[in-house]
Design a binder for this molecule. Structure first.
Ligand code: ZN
Length: 326
């Protein structure tokens, strides 16, 4: 079962999380498998890493709304999206035009001309009127303009920029598992697990600061292979057996990360109303009905001429077409 593990290092300004998406990730891939819009293996791996990263970032921020991680590409991958709700329900999709060769990394998929971008949007659940979602954007290159090949590097960059927090992130995904490890430096002041540990002495503070570097280095020794094959307690024991690690019970099931799509017939109806009646009538004339497939879960929604008539004629006997001006 998919699970999220949280842990702290007692007395040290460092915390971490480890996510393993198993059944839920396989479910996402199964919805696409065999169809002609099945994703190439490098795109599947990217989406898996995005899902794992999205879950880690969402539970790290504890944001009451949707965290949307988007990659805008100038290569064959035009767009890749992972969306994670406050309750850790996630969904992913991508728009790919053209060939993605085996073994393609970020540059070949998304950043062929150096125009690729990664955007993180925090969309609050209860928006005040006129409130815009918060969005941060980073390019897919490092400080020396070198193209980045790993999603984890892009996101480490983003977190340093946006939250001013040092973060170490290791991500990996194949067709059975999408997994990630996050280690983050906490501000020394006010960190919950530092109770009593911080005295005013300078050398103590320097020592605490070095603790993050040491733990981040240990985390960096975790290989992709290990992340994809070992269970969470084994990974944490191997990496941090000398550290004062306190591991909290995993979050699973309804309390843990899981696949869930928020699409609905009503939302698709709203989208059609946004297109306007002439457009929708045109589709009906050509095809007899409107079929809209959800990009995230693959579910198909059908609207026949009667459904379409109903959409554009709300209660109150408005003349046909008046609702199309919305
Ligand atoms: Zn859906």
């Amino acid at each position: 079962m998919s699970e999220l593990h949280k842990f702290i290092f007692e007395g040290l300004p460092v915390r971490g999380m480890l996510v393993r998406l198993t059944d839920s990730w396989q479910d996402v891939l199964a919805r696409r498998a065999g169809s002609n819009d099945a994703f190439a293996p490098p795109v599947r791996a990217l989406l898996g890493e995005m899902a794992a990263a999205g879950v880690l970032m969402q539970s790290n921020l504890r944001f009451d709304g949707a965290l949307v991680l988007q990659m805008f590409g100038d290569g064959p991958v035009k767009l890749a999206v992972a969306e994670v709700q406050a309750d850790l329900a996630f969904r992913v999709t991508a728009k790919v035009i053209g060939e993605v060769s085996d073994g393609a990394r970020l540059e070949a998929m998304l950043n062929v001309h150096g125009q690729g971008r990664c955007a993180i949007t925090l969309d609050p659940k209860d928006k005040r009127p006129g409130q815009q979602p918060y969005q941060g954007i980073v390019a897919l290159h490092g400080d020396r303009r070198e193209p980045l090949q790993q999603l984890a590097e892009v996101l480490e960059h983003y977190m340093l920029q946006s939250e001013q927090l040092d973060t170490r992130l290791i991500l990996a995904a194949d067709d059975t598992l999408a997994a990630g490890l996050l280690i983050q430096r906490l501000p020394v002041q006010g960190a919950g697990n530092l109770e009593g540990a911080v005295s005013a002495r300078n050398e103590d503070l320097i020592g605490l600061d070095e603790a993050y570097n040491r733990i981040a280095l240990l985390a960096g020794t975790l290989t992709r292979e290990e992340l994809l094959t070992l269970d969470a307690p084994t990974i944490l024991r191997r990496l941090f057996w000398e550290e004062p690690l306190r591991h909290f019970g995993p979050q699973r099931g309804e309390a843990g990360p899981r696949f869930e799509c928020s699409c609905s017939r009503a939302r698709v109806g709203n989208m059609l109303m946004g297109l306007g009646r002439p457009e929708v009538d045109g589709i009906i004339e050509e095809q007899g009905r409107v079929e809209i497939g959800c990009d995230f879960c693959g579910r198909k929604y059908h609207f026949d001429p009667v459904d379409v008539g109903g959409l554009f004629t709300p209660e109150g006997n408005q003349p046909p077409g008046s609702a199309a001006t919305h």
